[in-house]
Ligand binder design. Structure first.
Ligand code: MGD
Ligand code: MGD
Ligand code: SF4
Ligand code: MO
Length: 682
């Protein structure tokens, strides 16, 4: 008899779906979205609907492996778990003895968003070891920092409330591609007469399905926000009551805005002045109006300030008061778990007597080739594939090729990074784990138990770091804890949003809405101010409130632009999850494409289907041209990210991206990247 088990999708996606797994004779035979979950609403995205292809794929890693070929060649032999763990423990101990424990670097991101497998036993292990800490900046740290400065919290409008909006701005947000469970709410709003506008340099599926698409020059969003504010304030379209009660700095903001005429914003953004003025009027006068801001905006040099500025708009118009108003970039911080108790940063003091040094993950290439005192001599990679996804790939590859670097990789597949591993360990998938799940696109906390057994000798991250801790002789009680112990710790923080949420209740109900508001009541986080600032007010004016174009942009470094005249963005591919599904042939083709406008293709003799070389001073990569209407002249777009190991040149788009960091927040600047493109061979 088939059984239905509950699981939760662990991929790095705002939707964190509740998944129903049909299991027959211990094998999963079908996945579907839970119809009873208020955000999942009975469907999964295309990539995860087919996840069983990945779960039972013949290339799934099933046993520990040791490298036999040269670094990068990807040749391995099978070894036992005992041998793997002994080797790792011995090598890490030797590095710590000779160079100090900070010569060891953990490298992980969100390949698995389950809290325990994302930041649980691993954190305890590396803290106890005294290893370098990793600054996890590759995705959202700039936007997170910008949002914190504007709102004081990393949360906002509830997705379920978008159905009440009359105007929705998808601002650097490919809803259909990367946040598809918001779409039904957008459609419901539209059935009731709402309009959807997209603001994006790339007219993707969401842009094509919207009522109006604004092509914006990459990295110029702050100028658009300032131009809109100029009109909103200048034409008295702001909410004077809300501004007076819940904000601060309005007069100084007004002064600054004087110079931000729509004409000036038009010059920088490429959106006509009349359109900026009309958009501002429509945004300020349509009630309610909701902004779905996503992370595309903050992957550029001024990304953090851009997010900070955009996030002021709903305070100016008082839109936070309205059901279906406000703004959502993230909801993550509302999941107020006791992470300190889980991660145990205090263990560092036992090891080092201080906090360990911090290494920015967005500059991995430099960390491996330039960092000294001590140099990085061992790296342990899990939940991430940096050889494919980190910027400045040439430098990353050079670093990972170092013979004196001991590299351990934990993954489900032999990825680009796995090719450089000395020891490669097979890990479980979310279908095989116990874990607790927050979300960055909704307010429901979920728990999952294994739906199917782990194949071969796969182990979870939690189990692997538990075993390693024992091998290293760490006797602290926290290394003996079970998954349930750790979940109980996480829930014990005492925050009112978590009141009454216990492991037993999660076990029973699978998904529980946080106590952000009374049950069935919409959550309006800033309806009455309550911003996370010292005085609870939203700060409308700040010193950095002035737009400086990114160095790598059309208004940036003129000399650089002369040699590399095209602005490259490499947004998410609709059917991918970063590099996670890189083994799929169709995705490999989609992520080796360069979208280019006719005006840029013609003078270069490029037609659709041609192989092109995309290059700058950092490197080059071969892609296939698609001459189409996705981007305007001056911009090229390459959906990311393929496995470099499948490419003839063994590179992907990150061969050209920059490891320059954002204005603040230490974020990666994947979308501030000047390149040249030429036809290449066939
Ligand atoms: N299908 C799919 N879903 C995913 C992922 C995936 O790889 N594929 N990845 C997951 C991850 S890791 C994340 S962080 C989220 C991210 O989700 P998003 O932030 O939505 O994804 P991005 O593609 O980075 O950026 C969104 C949009 O911003 C646009 N953009 C680029 N530069 C600019 C700019 O300067 N200004 C403006 N206004 N727009 C700009 C891009 O063209 C893109 O359409 O999605 C998650 N979901
Ligand atoms: N050019 C360009 N580069 C980008 C981006 C872009 O838009 N353009 N986006 C950036 C962003 S936003 C992000 S978030 C990063 C994402 O970069 P990564 O965090 O590296 O994400 P993935 O490429 O999805 O790789 C995740 C890996 O984790 C593995 N994994 C899954 N579950 C587990 C598990 O339980 N244990 C272990 N050990 N491994 C597991 C998967 O098999 C996969 O190989 O990429 C960044 N890179
Ligand atoms: S990737 Fe996102 S949309 Fe797809 S199943 Fe997972 S959580 Fe849902
Ligand atoms: Mo991300």
């Amino acid at each position: 008899m088939p059984q239905i088990r509950h699981s939760v999708c662990s991929l790095d996606c705002p939707d964190t779906c509740s998944v129903l797994v049909t299991v027959e004779d211990g094998r999963a035979t079908r996945l579907r979205g839970n119809p009873d979950h208020p955000v999942t609403r009975g469907f999964l995205c295309g990539k995860v609907a087919q996840y069983l292809e990945r779960e039972y794929h013949p290339e799934r890693l099933l046993y520990p492996l040791r490298r036999t070929g040269s670094k990068g060649a990807g040749r391995f032999e099978r070894i036992s778990w005992d041998e793997a763990l002994d080797t790792i423990a011995a090598r890490l101990q030797a590095v710590a003895r000779e160079f100090g424990p900070e010569a060891i670097l953990p490298y992980s991101y969100a390949g698995n968003m389950g809290i325990l497998n994302n930041a649980g036993m691993d954190r305890r292990f590396f803290h106890r070891l005294g290893a370098s800490r990793l600054d996890r900046t590759i995705c959202s740290s700039a936007g997170g920092a910008g949002l914190m400065q504007a709102l004081g919290f990393r949360y906002g409008t509830e997705p379920e409330q978008f159905r009440h909006a009359r105007l929705i701005l998808a601002w650097g947000a490919n809803i259909l591609g990367t946040n598809v469970h918001l779409w039904p709410f957008v459609m419901e709003a539209r059935r009731n007469g709402a309009r959807l506008y997209t603001i994006d340099p790339n007219r993707n599926r969401t842009g094509a399905a919207s009522d109006r698409h604004y092509f914006i020059n990459p990295g110029s969003d702050m100028a658009l926000a300032l131009g809109m504010m100029h009109v909103i304030v200048g034409e008295n379209l702001y909410d004077a009551g809300y501004v007076a009660r819940y904000t601060d700095g309005f007069d100084r903001l007004g002064e600054r805005l004087k110079q931000w005429t729509p004409a000036r914003a038009a010059e920088l953004t490429g959106i006509a002045a009349e359109e900026i003025a009309a958009l501002a009027r429509e945004y300020a006068t349509t009630r309610p109006a909701a902004i779905r801001l996503n992370y595309g905006v903050q992957r550029s040099e001024r990304g953090a300030t851009a997010v900070r500025t955009i996030a002021l708009l709903p305070a100016l118009t008082g839109s936070w008061k309205e059901i279906g108003g406000g703004l959502q970039l993230s909801t993550s911080q509302a999941h107020q778990l006791n992470r300190a108790g889980l991660e145990r940063a205090d263990l560092q003091h036992a090891a080092l007597g201080r906090e360990a040094r911090l290494i920015n993950m967005s500059r991995l290439g430099r960390a491996l080739t330039e960092t000294d005192d001590p140099p990085v001599k061992a790296i342990v990679v899990y939940n991430s594939n940096p050889a494919a996804i980190a910027p400045d790939q040439t430098r990353v590859q050079r670093g990972l090729s170092r013979d004196d670097l001991f590299t351990v990789v934990l993954d489900q597949f032999a990825t680009d990074t796995a090719d450089y591993a000395d020891i490669l360990l097979p890990v479980t998938t979310f279908l095989e784990n116990t874990d607790l799940y927050t979300a960055y696109g909704h307010y429901h906390l979920q728990m999952a138990r294994p739906a199917v057994p782990a194949p071969g000798e796969c182990k979870s991250n939690v189990e692997i770091f538990r075993l390693l801790a024992h091998r290293m002789g760490f006797t602290d009680a926290c290394f003996d804890e079970s998954e349930d112990d750790m979940i109980r710790t996480l829930l014990a923080g005492g925050h009112p949003f978590l009141e009454g949420i216990t492991l037993e209740r999660l076990e029973r109900e699978h998904s529980v809405r946080l106590n952000v508001s009374a049950a069935e009541e919409p959550y309006l986080p800033f309806a009455e101010g309550g911003f996370g600032t010292a005085d609870g007010k939203c700060r409308l004016d700040f010193p950095e409130l002035d737009f400086v174009p990114p160095v790598e942009s059309r208004h940036g470094d003129a000399q650089l632009r002369e040699r590399f005249p095209l602005e490259l963005i490499s947004p998410k591919n609709d059917n991918s999850m970063n590099s996670t599904f890189g083994h799929r042939d169709a995705l490999d083709a989609e992520t080796s494409t360069l979208h280019i406008a006719r005006e840029d293709a013609a003078p270069r003799g490029i037609a659709s289907g041609d192989q092109v070389r995309v290059f700058n001073d950092r490197g080059s990569v071969l892609l296939r041209a698609a001459v189409d209407e996705r981007v305007r002249a001056g911009v090229v777009a390459a959906p990311s990210s393929r496995w470099a190991r499948r490419a003839g040149d063994r590179r992907n788009i990150n061969a050209v991206t920059s490891d320059r960091l954002t204005d603040f927040g230490g974020g990666a600047t994947f979308y501030s990247c000047l390149v040249q493109v030429e036809r290449s061979g066939d």
